[in-house]
Structure formats: C-alpha cells, structure tokens
Design a protein around this ligand. Structure first.
Ligand code: ATP
Ligand code: MG
Length: 421
C-alpha cells in the first residue's frame, strides 16, 4: 500500500523547525502585549458570506482561492483565508465596538488554494494586529512602529517599508475610470492575468510583477493625483509620524492591496532575501469594513497581517543558532547509576536547565554520540565509579575545556557556574 502524504501546499513542521516557530510566536505575543494589544481567537470555519461580503467578490481570494464547501446542513462554509474579516465579525457580534476602541491581535492558520511555491502555501500562518475606533494617522504609525520592533527583536534587518494611500471610495472610483481609459486600448500588451483583472479589479494590475505589464504601466495615471483632500492630509500625517519615529520608508504610488476593504493608508514590508514572494507583512486602513458587515455605525480601523512561514524562513536563512537543543545530556553507564542520574537530572531541571537523560542503555561511546547530537553543551557522566565515590563527571561538548569531577550534591551549582562563564 502506498504511504499517505500530506495535502499539497500544506506543510508539516519538524522538530528542528519548531524551535524557530516558537521563537517567532513568543516574540509576537510579547510585543503585541507591549503595545497594549489583546488576543482574540475565532473559528477556522466561517460562513462563506462573511468573506464574500468583506474581501470582495472580484478579488483573487474570493474568486478562486477559497476552500468552500456545503456542510451537512446545506450551509456554505469556508476555511478562513485571512483574519481581518473574522476579527471585525467577532467585535461586532460581541459588542466590542460599542462606544469603545479596541486593540486586538490574532495568530493562526489560514487557507487559500493558490499555486504552491516557495513562500506561498495552501495552509499558511498569519499573525495580525487590528485597531478599531481610531481614525487619525497616529494609530497607523503605531502599528508600523510595532512591526519595525518585531523585525528588530527577531534580528531581521533586510526588510524595507513601502507606504501609499488609496484615498476614499469616491477617489478610487474616479481613478478606476481613468486607469481603465488608459489601459483598455493597450489590453493586448498586458499579461493574461492583468487582462482578466481589467474586467474585474483593474487597480490590482498596478502591482503586477510581469515585465510587459510593468512597461505599459510606466505612463499610467497615478492614484496619487486623484486623492481626496482628507486622504492627502491623513497620508501626510502618517509620513510625518514615521519621520518623527525615525522609521525609513518609501512611497510606492503603485502599492495596492488584494482585498477590497482597504482605504487610505496601505503598507507592506518587503524582504529582498525571499525570492519573488518577498512581502513579509501587509496592512492598511479599512474604515468601511465594519459597516459592510452590518455594523450600524462606522468604525474606522487599521491593521496588518504578517506571514509566519516567511519570517521563519528569514530566521533560518540567518546565522541564528538553532535554539532547539538541550543544555545537559545525562549519560547513564550502569544500571546502578540510574537512580542517581534521574535525581541529578531532576535537580538540574529545578534550576531551569534543559536536561535529556539517556534511556535504553548502551556503551559510553554511543551515549556520548547521542549527547553530541542532542545539542547539549555538556554531558554529565554517571557510572559505577562515580556512584561509589558519590561524584559525577562533567564533560564539556562544545568548548575546548577539560572534563572535571564534582560531588553529586554540588553538581547543580557547578553547572550553573559553567553556564555563566
Ligand atoms: P499577494 O499579492 O502576495 O498574494 P496578498 O494580498 O494575498 O499578497 P495578504 O492577504 O495581505 O497578501 O497577506 C499578508 C501576508 O500573509 C503576506 O504578506 C504574506 O507574508 C502572507 N501570505 C499571504 N498569502 C500567503 C500564502 N499563500 N502562503 C504563505 N504566506 C502567505
Ligand atoms: Mg494572495
């Protein structure tokens, strides 16, 4: 019988990689808290209508990427392709926006039926922060500062920030007509995807990576020249705050987002180290989404989502030491040494050291090989000789230092000293 494989585009995380995931996740949890954002959790499945109504029927996500099915009751359900719509739904349903402002975050798997490739999967993970109830650009700047701090904490240096303003709905409608008037006669010169978008979502043509399409776009009208005055002021405000905070950015007049609910500020962080899927974080303002989902009052909002697979890849590309190893490996050379070994291991764990105790017997050579593979800094060796003397042998595995012998009752203190030095 053929062995069963995972679904294409859906990844397993193996133990060596899990350590990087944990590192990313713990930094995110810590930094969201540092800025006063609070976690929310929502189901992986939602009614299809939630995404159709918010993301937009003519977007790639809704038109061709969603995992949608009819359940046993005949209801159309969809595996969530992103988190913002659910976050807004959650806030509305539980009255969180009623005369209140909210800073929220979430983290978890998302599902899109895309063509799998490096950095693009069918199950992937996003962490996002969303701020509901503020309309000024100061909160947009706060979210961007939060993302900048995430890169700093993770030691990621090669990400650069692009910002743009999409204006309000009327400005986008007017610009859409101008863009269509410019592009329609040139239809034949566009790539196939962009030709399709001409009929569905022409603004999305602006961020096509296709060289032929890029060439056509050189003389295209710019959204910047069609913005409403309020959006211009809002955008200038945001740029001012970024300048003040010393966060470098580039204004990219062609930056648009793939989801219909965005308005005004949009931004992306792009890394040059990830090949063609270089965007690690994307976000923007979505002032009309809550009303679109049935809210009775407008709730201005802004947020971002970052892709965890791409962050993890950046970490593994860097020089970071894989943090998955233990500190100490306890070698048990003789059955008579087993009890003392277990007790020593527990005492070291009491002190916060990560300890793997050898199980299953075997000679000194093979046990020390395993100690090396465990990533431990030191092996603690306990055999007949050590037991009768009440001592333990400590063998440094990664430093050029001599092994030494220590009384079992002083082992924990001796190792603490060793790890400090
Ligand atoms: P693109 O134009 O690249 O398809 P998008 O507009 O679909 O991007 P968002 O929905 O805003 O992107 O997603 C935010 C972030 O989530 C992306 O910048 C990326 O880091 C990550 N992401 C999105 N889709 C995928 C995927 N299929 N696989 C892995 N990560 C993804
Ligand atoms: Mg996409």
């Amino acid at each position: 019988m053929a062995a069963i494989q995972a679904i294409r585009g859906m990844n397993d995380v193996l133990p060596d990689q899990a350590a990087y995931w944990q590192r990313v996740e713990s930094v995110l949890v810590e930094l969201f808290g540092l800025y006063g954002y609070r976690e929310v959790r929502f189901p992986v499945l939602e009614k299809t209508e939630l995404f159709a109504r918010s993301i937009g029927a003519d977007t790639d996500i809704v038109a061709k990427e969603m995992y949608t099915f009819i359940d046993r009751n005949g209801d159309s359900l969809t595996l969530r392709p992103e988190g913002t719509a659910s976050c807004a739904r959650l806030g509305l349903q539980h009255g969180l926006f009623h005369n209140q402002q909210q800073r929220l975050w979430y983290l978890g798997p998302m599902f899109r039926h895309e063509r799998p490739q490096r950095g693009r999967y069918r199950q992937f993970h996003q962490a996002g922060a969303e701020a509901f109830g503020w309309d000024g650009p100061d909160i947009d700047a706060e979210l961007i500062a939060l993302t900048a701090r995430i890169w700093r904490s993770l030691g990621i240096t090669a990400a650069s920030l692009q910002v743009n303003s999409l204006g309000d709905a009327a400005a986008r409608r007017a610009y859409r007509e101008r863009l269509l008037a410019y592009l329609s006669p040139l239809r034949g010169e566009l790539d196939a995807d962009s030709q399709r978008r001409l009929d569905t979502n022409p603004l999305r043509i602006l961020d096509s990576k296709h060289p032929a399409t890029q060439a056509v776009l050189v003389d295209a009208p710019l959204l910047r020249d069609h913005l409403d005055q309020d959006s211009v002021r809002h955008f200038e405000g945001l740029c001012g705050y970024l300048d003040e905070a010393g966060i470098p950015y580039e204004i990219n007049p062609r930056l648009v987002r793939g989801l219909d609910y965005y308005s005004r500020s949009v931004f992306e962080w792009v890394s040059g180290e990830l090949g063609s899927q270089g965007t690690v974080c994307a976000g923007g303002r979505y002032d009309t989404l809550v009303e679109q989902l049935g809210g009775r009052h407008p709730v201005p909002a802004v947020g971002f989502a970052l892709g965890l697979e791409r962050l993890v890849e950046l970490l593994t590309l860097g020089d970071n030491e894989n943090p998955s190893g233990v500190d100490v490996y306890v070698v048990v050379l003789d059955e008579a040494a087993r009890l003392a070994a277990t007790q020593s291991a527990e005492q070291l764990r009491d002190r916060g050291l990560r300890v793997q105790q050898h199980c299953g017997g075997g000679g000194a050579k093979s046990q020390l090989k395993r100690a090396d593979r465990s990533g431990a800094q030191v092996a603690v060796v306990l055999g007949e000789e050590e037991i009768s003397a009440g001592r333990a042998t400590v063998k440094p595995l990664r430093r050029d230092a001599p092994q030494f012998s220590v009384g079992q009752e002083k082992l924990a203190a001796a190792l603490a000293k060793f790890f400090e030095s």
